[in-house]
Ligand binder design. Structure first.
Ligand code: F6P
Length: 353
């Protein structure tokens, strides 16, 4: 009997359960046995998995998080041997790795070692190259848009500047999407530097034009004066710093420079929690079903991707780039980040001020 196993790795994300259900239901219909590893690569290392029956994946489509659990476990080269050993001993038809750039990079290392893997691109950050959209992003910007809508009335009542800090690591997709949908008066992204003087000038001009308040949407990776603000200097298992704090820094600087009372709001993990949007449920379901299609055709080493309105399979290798590992100082291959393009930022800029 064919066997499909799956895991979810990295930060959780709305729509993960839709993918899990999509993979499981399609695989079960095709007569496969289906298994889920607990807590990402940590579960594969321990051989910790359980059967995903039709019953087990029932009633999960609308739930946030992941019924499999997740972790940011980054296998070392020696641990990779253990992963390969465990996966080969299970005689899997395919392993579906649902995760962001880190999880997909591990999937590609495993594929090179002969493990039949298929990747599914997950992240609220929407920053994975090769796909027009990751699942989770739509939910995140809907949550953030609602927050910006709510900030308008309090900003206006108090004649304040409200700076809302949004997630996204080194990509500004969430700030861009929520900022545009929520009608923010300025959107600050890592991809497009802006000086404090320019930011304050726009706020002052807006005030001079009769608007007593401003909403600034800032991505956590925005660098003020070229400086990245970190919540902690500690690196996670994949060598990422934990970003956070730019909203508060910016808010203090804006108040000092413009004399307008300002407040900072950090949306944080609220952007990632809770029920997925209808769009993410549909996208996740389509990704899950396509992943099984690819697995049953033997098209391994591929990632499902949205291209226009189609779901396609692309080679994970085609989106890898060489970077220096911040932990070891050695070169390694990882999935390329997809940044906000100039043309989209130019549209957003029309509404600054
Ligand atoms: O990659 C998703 C993400 O939510 C980023 O936007 C954010 O910087 C990071 O994860 C937060 O990570 P953690 O859940 O470890 O705090």
């Amino acid at each position: 009997m064919k066997k499909i196993a799956m895991l979810t790795g990295g930060g959780d994300c709305p729509g993960l359960n839709a993918v899990i259900r999509g993979v499981a239901r399609k695989a079960l219909v095709e007569g496969c046995e289906v298994f889920g590893f607990r807590n990402g690569w940590a579960g594969v290392l321990k051989g910790d998995y359980f059967p995903l029956t039709r019953e087990r994946v029932s009633g999960i489509l609308h739930l946030g998080g992941t019924i499999l659990g997740t972790s940011r476990t980054n296998p070392t080269d020696e641990q990779l041997d253990t992963l390969v050993k465990h996966l080969k001993s299970m005689d899997l038809t395919a392993l579906v790795a649902i995760g962001g750039d880190d999880t997909l990079s591990v999937a590609s290392r495993l594929h090179k070692r002969g493990v039949p893997v298929i990747g599914v691109p997950k992240t609220i950050d929407n920053d994975i190259d090769g796909t027009d959209q990751t699942f989770g992003y739509d939910t995140a910007i809907n949550i953030a848009t609602e927050a910006i809508d709510r900030l308008h009335s309090t900003a206006e009542s108090h004649s304040r500047v409200l700076v809302v800090e949004l997630m996204g690591r080194q990509a500004g997709w969430i700030a861009l999407g929520a900022g545009m949908a929520g009608g923010a008066d300025m959107i600050l992204l890592p991809e497009f530097p802006m000086s404090l003087a320019e930011i304050c000038k726009i706020i002052k001009q807006r005030q001079a034009g009769g608007k007593n308040f401003s909403i600034v949407a800032v991505a956590e990776g925005f660098k003020l004066g070229g400086v990245e603000i970190m919540a902690t200097k500690e690196l996670d298992a994949f060598g990422h710093v934990r970003l956070g704090g730019i909203g508060e820094v910016l808010c203090r600087e804006i108040e000092k420079t413009t004399g307008i009372e300002s407040r900072g709001v950090v949306l944080g993990h609220i952007q990632r929690g809770g029920t997925p949007s209808a769009f993410d449920r549909v996208l996740g379901t389509r990704y899950g079903v396509k992943a099984v299609d690819l697995a049953l055709k033997g098209e391994f080493g591929k990632m499902v991707a949205l291209r226009g309105t189609e779901i396609v399979g692309i080679d994970i290798d085609s989106i890898l780039t060489e970077v220096i590992d911040t932990k070891t100082g050695k070169p390694k291959l990882r999935v390329r980040n997809r940044c906000v393009p100039q043309e989209l930022y130019d549209v957003a800029k029309v509404f600054f001020g």
